[in-house]
Design a binder for this molecule. Structure first.
Ligand SMILES: Nc1ncnc2c1ncn2[C@@H]1O[C@H](COP(=O)(O)OP(=O)(O)O)[C@@H](O)[C@H]1O
Ligand SMILES: O=C(O)[C@H](O)[C@@H](O)[C@H](O)[C@H](O)COP(=O)(O)O
Length: 169
């Protein structure tokens, strides 16, 4: 994934389940006045059912979902309608599928300690069982280049820094 392009036309907020992608992505989109899309909302029913059975998704499970997300991202970029996409995007190859040959897609990595994330997952009502968190960390390939967001900090503090990083030096 290249360094943040100038100007960014889309942002992917990535991280394991419960890392705060949705919360941070929504707040960032509101701050920027951009559209927001939660990749969770596009999981096919069989993927949601699988996770609810406490079975991690495989590469094959995720591939069609990632292709659908790429098409949505491409439509926004090509229409000049910038988008914040919250998506786990755990592996480098998933991020390559999401971005494809699109220019101007920046990456934000929502990262934090496992215990903080586990506690937050226990406190919400969601189809994703907290017991899948270890499989999420096992699949995670942290990005070499991204805007790093430490999710121990409040979202309201994180958003202006991310927006500034998107604008570039
Ligand atoms: N920076 C933060 N500080 C405190 N709580 C947070 C923060 N980010 C997210 N949360 C809370 O953590 C939980 C998981 O966040 P969520 O956005 O649903 O994560 P994800 O989309 O990555 O699964 C939610 O209950 C949310 O309110
Ligand atoms: O690739 C995956 O394994 C899933 O996308 C997973 O990472 C995602 O986290 C779930 O869809 C639960 O949704 P939340 O991210 O909102 O917990």
């Amino acid at each position: 994934m290249p360094s943040p392009p100038q100007p960014a036309r889309a942002v992917i907020v990535m991280g394991v389940s419960g890392s705060g992608k949705t919360t941070l992505g929504r707040a960032l989109a509101a701050h920027l006045g951009w559209a927001f899309l939660d990749a969770d909302d596009l999981h096919p029913p069989r993927n949601r059912e699988k996770m609810a059975r406490v079975e991690p998704l495989t590469d094959e499970d995720r591939q069609p979902w990632l292709e659908t997300l790429h098409a949505r991202l491409a439509a926004h970029v090509q229409a000049g309608n910038p988008l914040v996409l919250a998506c786990s995007a755990l592996k480098a190859r998933y991020r390559r599928t999401l971005t494809g040959d699109l220019d101007g897609v920046a990456l934000v990595f929502a990262h934090g300690p496992r215990d903080v994330i586990a506690a937050r997952m226990q406190g919400r009502n969601h189809f994703m069982p907290p017991s899948l968190l270890d499989s999420q960390f096992a699949a995670l390939e942290p990005p070499a280049q991204a805007i790093f967001a430490d999710i121990r900090r409040p979202v309201a503090e994180l958003v202006p820094g991310i927006a500034a990083a998107l604008r570039g030096p």
